[in-house]
Design a protein around this ligand. Structure first.
Ligand code: AMP
Ligand code: MG
Length: 493
């Protein structure tokens, strides 16, 4: 039997915070994929995973000794409006396990209906589960805080969406499943005692250094605001759009969570809306930073019983500066600029403007930029310099790139970093591989149509090390194929 030892701190908070219930298992379960990196995080051995218990557990058919499954209650602002009653409608927190790198919440997504399912069936479909499984690992691979994915199973149960789809279950690991919406729920149901109890819990579990300080709740809020600002700066720098930044999808400790209709930028387009259901563009790429602050404001409101309003306001004011500072640093790193210069921001702004005007692929541009030759420039020889033409040819208006490249070369001349060192650092900052929607689609089609899950494993390995060369996956480093333009993803999952 398994070595997993559960230590369920959340379930000790009491029945106001959740409902106990067992998962509804999937019939005739099949193991679609296991993530070896997450296996390690739980301190499991790979040999254990071939045993029957793992598939039975991961498909909701068996509850392990010591596990105390529960559906967490929360509420949240969805597309700007307050939804007073949300909660785990199709997932269960199975418990917490301490592994070699600390404690993890284990959450089974797609585990059947719960008291919070509203009109939903409590199930997750294979399509959206594959997307979450791979994207959470891709985001982690890019060095951005994220929930992780342990396993993906499916079973013979029809799930009715726009068409009939296969039911799947994902085991997700998170440092915490407490959301902004968890606090909002207790605040808006007039339970300040439970707001305090939840804040005490989060501090005890995740911020022990501030526990007992006279301003511990303020520090907790500051931590949430700061980690959100930094997280969203990282999303912007890597070109990731979350798609559904409702406050119930915002982690109190600033991890990317609840992957739905996300999308990575292809051509740089600040107005990019990845979620087909987001008709008003509330969560468009360029609005994410502002929405992050809006969400922190909703959290502040939920904490007014613990923290004076003036203090909350002051911390909210720190968000914008921290976001802008972090994004500037990240953009500078992408450009290989390590010294502060007054013209850094304008160099970045003019580049982004030009990328948008010329519909240049965001990730391909920055990856190619790693090879930019900063040595003395001869206008006449640039056409023979492939590292230069590989960049220039991305632009509709090539002269636009020439004029920016000249400024960039001048700016690089003021750096003390050696060219080879800059290139090496830039290659670790600008990914060769991002998780474009069409890649997910290829893996989904193979899985759904041919019961072939090999592409999922292939993409998993690729996306977990997106800065490395993967000679057998060169296709995925290129521009997306034309058919990918027709793909659309919505909230349906
Ligand atoms: P999401 O947009 O996935 O973050 O979901 C928003 C809320 O709806 C959460 O409380 C989910 O648990 C719930 N939900 C989403 N899909 C389903 C479903 N198929 N069955 C039950 N609840 C669901
Ligand atoms: Mg959610």
């Amino acid at each position: 039997m398994t070595q997993l030892t559960f230590n369920n701190t959340f379930s000790k908070l009491g029945d106001d915070f959740f409902s106990h219930l067992k998962p509804m298992g999937l019939p005739e379960p099949v193991l679609v994929s296991i993530n070896p990196k997450a296996v390690y995080l739980l301190g499991l051995k790979t040999s254990e995973l071939t045993q029957d218990w793992f598939l039975e557990w991961a498909s909701g058919n068996q509850t392990l000794t010591g596990s105390d499954p529960l559906a967490m209650v929360y509420s949240g602002h969805q597309f700007g409006g307050y939804s007073p009653q949300l909660g785990d409608g199709r997932g269960l927190l199975l418990g917490e396990v301490v592994g070699p790198e600390g404690k993890w919440d284990i959450h089974l997504k797609g585990a059947g209906s719960t008291p919070y399912s509203r009109f939903g069936d409590g199930r997750a479909v294979l399509r959206s589960s594959i997307r979450e499984y791979l994207c959470s690992e891709a985001i982690h691979g890019l060095g951005i805080a994220s929930t992780r994915a342990l396993s993906l199973t499916m079973g013979k149960e029809p799930v009715y969406r726009e068409s009939v789809e296969s039911a799947a279950m994902l085991i997700r690991l998170a440092r915490s499943h407490v959301r902004f919406g968890s606090f909002e729920y207790f605040h808006h149901t007039q339970r300040p005692d439970l707001v305090k109890k939840l804040a005490d819990y989060v501090i005890e579990q995740y911020l022990p250094d501030i526990q007992g300080d006279s301003e511990q709740y303020l520090s907790l809020f500051r931590h949430s605001v700061h980690s959100t600002a930094k997280l969203i700066a990282q999303w912007q720098a890597v070109g990731f759009a979350h798609g559904v930044m409702n406050t119930d999808n915002m982690s109190i400790i600033g991890e990317t969570m609840d992957y739905g209709p996300f999308g990575f930028l292809d051509a740089y387009n600040p107005d990019f809306i990845c979620n087909h259901s987001d008709t008003g563009g509330r969560y468009s790429f360029k609005r994410q930073p502002m929405i992050g602050l809006w969400n922190c404001n909703a959290l502040a409101n939920a904490l007014t019983s613990l923290i004076p309003v003036e203090a909350l306001k002051q911390i909210l004011e720190e968000y914008e500066l921290l976001f802008l500072k972090t994004l500037l640093e990240l953009h500078c790193q992408k450009l290989g600029l390590y010294e502060q210069h007054s013209d850094n921001q304008s160099l970045i702004d003019s580049l982004l403007e030009s990328l948008a005007e010329n519909q240049v692929d965001y990730s391909i541009f920055f990856r190619n930029l790693c090879y930019f030759d900063d040595k003395a420039f001869d206008e006449n020889s640039s056409e023979n310099d492939t590292s230069y033409t590989n960049l220039r040819d991305l632009f509709l208006n090539r002269e636009a790139f020439d004029s920016w490249a000249k400024k960039y070369r001048d700016r690089l001349g003021k750096e003390n970093t050696k060219t080879a060192d800059r290139k090496a650092s830039m290659l670790k900052t600008n990914p060769k591989y991002i998780f474009r929607n069409y890649m997910a689609e290829i893996a989904i089609r193979k899985a759904e149509d041919e019961q072939d899950y090999s592409e999922i494993d292939r993409l998993l390995t690729l996306l977990q090390s997106p800065f490395d060369e993967h000679p057998d996956c060169e296709e995925y480093a290129k521009h997306p194929p034309a058919w990918s333009q027709k793909l659309s993803v919505s909230c349906s999952s």
